[in-house]
Design a protein around this ligand. Structure first.
Ligand SMILES: [Zn+2]
Length: 384
């Protein structure tokens, strides 16, 4: 364990962490199935996803669901004190607990929640000899607040166990670091690059390691070769997350990867077609990622998919701006899940209520570790 004092003085994280965690060689190699965890949106309702009459996710519902178990009545059971929102729901999924987060606080960016308990990434890297890039979190286009999902100043984690994160924010950090090291640009452009780099650094969790692992640095170098420095060539929004996820599968071979889709949340601006179109883009992304797995020896027949939203959305269509999720309404607690892959029952619909906090323990059962501080229990009836 890293004490708070060690952590805050621990910018020399490599030196600190190597003394704290078991060396990788002392751990068992990972031989279980790969797990791809898809956060299906920044809040979606059942009505537009898993209801036959209203779905905008035809791949999910009509083609992929038969490969596993659909859980139509998953809920965020915690009512007291729980916010039904994106970072909160993501941390529920990752820790297997409710309210396992603390606000890191900031005057200019909200929603800087970090987990107060271990996440799936730490559990799996604690149990098995996995490199940082083998436990991956793929985050939204420009949401540095999501950096906090793998941050931790509370002393429960060591830097040797956290997830490696891929996002456009991370790419830009890497790009500007390279530009500054290469010194090929004129002085004015270098000065601007320095300012942009410092601005990005100021948005990241203070004291956290910013440099990617060598494998991820090479990943971003290849990304930069293909898409350049302008940011105008690569896909945008949730399609960008799909592109990063597929390239990561091919180049980094993650054993546990979570993709945080989010663009359904543009409905906060009031246009419901943004919401339904975003669902279909996530559905398309899921289809592409499944197809990538099916076409790759490393993933084919050896990958469990867990698809679950972070939160639901309000059902009151009379609101000025429908589809909100901040008012703790029943519908905002009503989600679903789909789990499919080797070792999972096929073509079944779970006919009971399940809890979002069960996801972490279930993934632990699939991968062969115990999510010790999770409150939810594994959905044992899904396992063959
Ligand atoms: Zn939102």
């Amino acid at each position: 364990m890293v004490s708070r004092r060690t952590f805050s003085t621990g910018l020399a994280a490599g030196a600190v962490s190597s003394a704290l965690a078991l060396p990788a060689a002392a751990k068992a190699p990972y031989r279980g199935p790969n797990v791809i965890l898809v956060r299906f949106g920044g809040g979606v309702r059942r009505a537009e996803t898993i209801k036959r009459s209203g779905t905008h996710a035809p791949f999910l519902l009509h083609r992929f669901a038969s490969r596993g178990v659909l859980i139509p009545d998953m809920r965020i059971e915690q009512l007291e004190g729980a916010a039904t929102s994106h970072a909160e729901g993501t941390i529920n999924i990752l820790t297997g607990r409710y309210l396992a987060y603390a606000d890191r606080g900031s005057s200019f960016l909200e929603d800087r929640l970090e987990p107060t308990h271990p996440t799936l990434f730490e559990y799996v890297r604690e149990a098995f000899a996995l490199e940082p890039h083998e436990a991956l979190l793929i985050n939204g286009e420009d949401r540095p607040q999501e950096e906090y999902l793998v941050a931790g100043a509370t002393g429960h984690r060591s830097l040797t166990l956290r997830a490696e994160m891929l996002s456009l924010h991370r790419f830009k950090l890497h790009k500007f670091a390279r530009i500054l090291a290469e010194r090929k640009l004129g002085e004015d452009e270098l000065l601007r690059a320095r300012q942009d780099y410092d601005d990005l650094l100021s948005r990241a969790p203070p004291g956290e390691r910013q440099e990617p692992s060598p494998a991820v640095a090479s990943f971003w170098d290849r990304w930069r070769e293909d898409f350049g420095d302008s940011g105008l060539v690569n896909p945008r929004g949730d399609a960008l997350l799909t592109e990063i996820a597929i390239r990561a599968m091919r180049e980094l071979r993650p054993r546990l990867m979570m993709i945080n889709y989010q663009d359904t949340d543009y409905v906060h601006w009031g246009n419901s077609s943004h919401y339904t179109r975003a669902i279909s883009i996530i559905d398309k992304g899921l289809e592409q990622i499944v197809a990538t797995a099916d076409a790759d020896d490393f993933y084919r027949g050896n990958t469990v998919f867990v698809v679950v939203p972070d939160c639901g959305r309000d059902a009151n269509s009379l609101m000025d701006i429908p589809f909100q999720h901040h008012f703790n309404t029943r519908s905002a607690h009503e989600i679903w899940a789909l789990i499919a892959g080797p070792g999972i029952v096929k073509a079944r619909v779970l006919d009971r209520t399940a809890d979002q906090s069960a996801i972490a323990a279930t993934i632990g059962a699939v991968m062969g570790f115990k999510a010790k501080q999770a409150e939810g229990t594994a959905l044992a009836e899904l396992l063959t």
